[in-house]
Design a protein around this ligand. Structure first.
Ligand code: ZN
Length: 436
């Protein structure tokens, strides 16, 4: 089986890299992955998968941090212009840019979920020397959108695995469900797919990321992830404007309320049970030198080592925001624009992956303690699996990366695409055919 998989991957190596480069060139950030989703749908349909698109797999109310209607419309038109597949594009209109694709072998066996995220970052790709995408002509043509985390590779790896599994379907059992998730950046998309029931029928779930501290090709890691639970808020303070010279007593100062909130937020007493973070990343306030500021807008995020520690920080933060608003007698609003719980790979599934990886000729080393740290909204899916007592695992496929994730000169070794497609395909065969 291993050699059959390797041959199919080898035959498709160039087209997978070409797909990655095409997606990279047409990078699309959270909720506007219109072109990306339509192209993936076309490929998966051609491979004989059963598709569920857009609203069928993305719950409208559970979407977080959605762009404005105006942005959604503009980006939809842009995607159309940039060669989105016309048959599938309409399913994703309005920011429903997720899809699932299921391969039913017709034979009894487990339902295995494979999750790949597909969105880009809100960055503009650099035009300078020494950046391979620019040098080789596949740098993003979309201003303010760049794949700087490798989700373009994830999408290509997903199509690679889909190509292998559909070719070798006769030798496979059960069902394989590919989940292509929008809006991972800002941890905004997974929740809506869980709410739409995407994970309800899965017996096990596997997710993937390239790089992230595993900087060597052929090295894979799973287990002991340090996913931080997180919550993101947009906060608005609304006061009353007044002339700062003649009638300052008539004003209600939104800027001052925000400033009090900032110092309060950073001063939250930390929980004894583990680490936490808080950041006020954006604060914009006021309109003119001689006007009592009537509006202040903040973007904040909170993280915790566990969901409980994150929740503790959230409760403290919300009471500080309320208190700061009261001190200046202004109104305030909070909008939750992103969030994810903490989670960890199931030990038994991580151990099974370790064995599979160590038997694979392309794997040089397997790390049982993943160096991943940060937040990842796949934890919503992992938590949903956990609630049903079903295992899930987060696999990191190593690659050298130039600069770090989310940086403008981020790049990686494209050989991770065929290699990860090969290893994941092998893993699916082992997991499906040995399922008890
Ligand atoms: Zn990422």
């Amino acid at each position: 089986m291993q050699s059959k998989i390797a041959k199919i991957v080898k035959d498709n190596r160039e087209s997978l890299i070409a797909l990655r480069r095409d997606l990279h060139r047409h990078a699309e950030p959270a909720w506007v992955e219109f072109r990306t989703a339509s192209i993936l749908a076309r490929k998966l349909d051609d491979l004989g998968f059963e598709l569920k698109l857009g609203r069928e797999v993305v719950n409208e109310e559970a979407r977080m941090g959605l762009p404005s209607t105006e942005t959604l419309e503009k980006e939809y038109a842009r995607a159309k212009e940039q060669g989105a597949d016309p048959e599938y594009l309409p399913y994703f209109e309005g920011g429903f840019t997720g899809l699932t694709a299921t391969l039913d072998t017709g034979k009894p066996g487990p339902v295995i979920g494979l999750r790949f995220d597909i969105d880009s970052n809100d960055l503009t790709e650099p035009a300078g020397e020494g950046h391979i995408p620019t040098q080789q002509g596949f740098a993003s043509i979309n201003e303010g959108a760049m794949h700087a985390c490798g989700h373009d590779a994830h999408a290509a790896i997903g199509i690679g695995v889909a190509t292998v599994l559909s070719s070798l379907k006769e030798q496979l059992t059960g069902k394989i469900k590919f989940i292509f998730q929008p809006a991972e950046e800002g941890v905004r998309g997974a929740k809506s797919m869980v709410a739409a029931g995407v994970t309800d029928d899965l017996d096990l779930l596997l997710a993937l990321h390239i790089g992230f501290g595993v900087n060597e090709l052929g090295v894979f890691a799973c287990g002991g992830e340090q996913f931080l639970a997180t919550t993101k808020y947009d906060v608005t303070f609304k006061g009353v404007p007044a002339h700062a010279g003649s009638t300052p007593d008539e004003g209600k100062n939104a800027l001052l309320a925000a400033a009090l909130a900032v110092t309060g937020l950073y001063g939250i007493a930390r929980h004894k049970d583990g680490s936490s973070r808080i950041n006020v990343g954006v604060l914009k306030a006021g309109s003119g030198r001689n006007i009592i500021p009537d509006l202040a807008e903040m973007k904040i995020e909170i993280r915790g080592e566990t969901t409980e520690i994150n929740d503790y920080m959230v409760q403290k933060a919300l009471s500080i925001l309320e208190g700061a608003a009261r001190m200046q007698e202004v109104e305030y609003e909070t909008e939750e624009v992103g969030g994810a719980p903490a989670a960890v790979s199931s030990p038994d599934l991580a151990a099974a992956l370790e064995k599979i990886a160590n038997d694979h000729p392309g794997v040089r080393r397997f790390m049982t303690a993943s160096p991943f740290s940060g937040s990842e909204d796949v934890t919503y899916m992992m938590q949903a699996m956990d609630k049903r007592s079903k295992p899930s695992a987060y696999l990191v496929a190593g690659t050298p990366v130039k600069s770090g994730h989310h940086k403008r000169d981020f790049d990686f070794d494209e050989e991770v695409i065929p290699l990860a497609a090969d290893v994941i395909s092998a893993a699916v065969f082992q997991l499906a055919n040995n399922y008890k």
